[in-house]
Design a protein around this ligand. Structure first.
Ligand SMILES: [Zn+2]
Length: 456
């Protein structure tokens, strides 16, 4: 499987046949992951303003991007959700699956619908699906347990599987639970709120015999602790010990983190069950967020053996180019609270130790990125954890935007990363995150590695 993520705008701008021919010729691509639903810029739309436009496609920025469903929403699948199934107005008369699928079939390319957990607050009916934070305020993120959210994803999956003869589905949610968020244990993104305290989650807590008042009290105390540390205060017993003291005093902190993850895992399980009931032979799997490489707290919640029970494949993000600046950002975030007793360099050393890979020192990773060895180790770990049935498709980054002085993708990086993934036992690679930001020379390097490893 040699896949690429691509959004509607590339076909509209460059022509469907031209794009697909290029994929085959330049990079030996055999599988398309079409961005069929998102309100985000990560996988849809053109290059972001402030970043150089690549050497193909329309040489203009699309600041007015909105997003939504880039295929055609069929209303009968959305009767059990408040969230409006909006057709993306960016290409109002264009259905990306209807256009690309026949052209892909003619070339014997497979096609997956790739949709992600990114909404906008102004989507009609989203307010009835939003998470409620510790202070009773709705967030811009959907509650995984709210039936409006669950039924939206199930409706969308059913719509794609019944309305089009696609080869499968990939869904992704780049978010983590309230405990991880309170610690800001990530490289950014994914929300920062302590949630969810909506009526559905409160009811689930009561069913699980979790004391809701104690959970609130614990998270309020944790929030005060984090704010004090970020404000420069240093408790006499240190940051780590006082955090652990809160955890012992309020085990509900961890119970609420588990509750949040169960809402997400139930979403995976429900989507898998639905997809298998409609099309048992088609593949369904998940994009695993990059934070899996950085935060041991998030990593502990991504159990490959558990995933194997309700997934056909995992795209595990192993972006080694932007991985450098992202790891540096994770270290800064984690060092601001939980690891405030350590220096940033020590936090990075600790991270390398517990995450089981070792790269350059902190003053170099942002500018130089992570190596192909990181891709190799992460692939091996995933393949070992997943067992014999679950396929691992490492996500390889090509030209994901980074800061002005940060690492930029070069052909040699892509070539070595693709080789490392296959050397680690990967069942394929997925070039990410969208064709509209990739330079052709970098894409060509992926094709060179693939052709060397599997001569036609
Ligand atoms: Zn909720």
């Amino acid at each position: 499987m040699v896949g690429i993520q691509v959004g509607a705008v590339s076909f509209v701008d460059e022509g469907t046949d031209k794009v697909l021919d290029g994929f085959q010729e330049v990079a030996a691509i055999d599988t398309l992951f079409l961005a069929t639903f998102t309100y985000g810029r990560g996988i849809a739309g053109r290059q972001l303003r402030g970043q150089p436009l690549p050497d193909h496609g329309k040489q203009e920025y699309d600041d007015a991007f909105r997003g939504g469903n880039f295929a055609t929403p069929h209303p009968q699948f959305y009767r059990r959700t408040s969230i409006a199934p909006e057709k993306a107005p960016d290409h109002a008369a264009y259905d990306v699956i209807a256009d690309v699928l026949p052209a892909a079939r003619r070339r014997r390319m497979r096609l997956y619908c790739w949709f992600e957990d990114v909404f906008r607050r102004d989507v009609p009916g989203f307010d009835q699906a939003a998470e409620i934070d510790l202070h009773g305020k709705p967030t811009g993120l959907a509650c995984h347990r709210n039936p409006n959210t669950r039924n939206f994803w199930l409706g969308l999956a059913e719509d794609y599987l019944r309305s089009y003869d696609v080869d499968g589905l990939m869904w992704g949610s780049e978010r983590q639970g309230p405990l991880d968020n309170a610690l800001a244990a990530s490289h950014g993104g994914g929300g920062s709120g302590v949630a969810c305290f909506c009526p559905h989650c409160l009811e689930a807590a009561r069913q699980a015999a979790i004391d809701v008042d104690r959970a609130r009290e614990g998270y309020l105390a944790l929030e005060r602790w984090a704010a004090a540390l970020r404000g420069g205060q240093r408790p006499a017993d240190g940051a780590f010990v006082t955090f652990w003291r809160l955890l012992v005093r309020y085990p509900e902190l961890l119970a609420w983190e588990r509750l949040w993850n169960e809402g997400l895992n139930d979403t995976y399980r429900d989507l898998y069950r639905l997809a298998k009931s409609i099309a048992p032979d088609k593949g369904i799997g998940w994009h695993v967020w990059h934070n899996n490489s950085f935060s041991p707290f998030y990593r502990a919640e991504q159990d490959y053996a558990e995933f194997a029970k309700y997934s056909d494949f995992l795209k595990v993000v192993m972006y080694n180019n932007c991985g450098g600046p992202r790891l540096a950002q994770y270290v800064r975030n984690a060092q601001a609270t939980l690891f405030a007793d350590l220096t940033p360099e020590q936090v990075l050393e600790f991270t390398y130790g517990v995450q089981q890979y070792r790269e350059r020192p902190l003053d170099r990773i942002a500018a130089e990125g992570l190596s192909a060895d990181y891709v190799l180790r992460e692939t091996r770990r995933a393949v070992t954890g997943a067992g014999p049935r679950l396929k691992i498709w490492p996500g390889i980054d090509i030209d994901i935007p980074t800061g002005a002085s940060d690492k930029k993708t070069r052909p040699e990086d892509v070539y070595q990363a693709v080789r490392a993934a296959f050397q680690g036992g990967a069942h394929g690679v997925l070039l990410s995150r969208k064709y509209s930001e990739m330079k052709l020379a970098n894409l060509e390097a992926a094709g060179r590695a693939v052709r060397e490893l599997a001569p036609a």
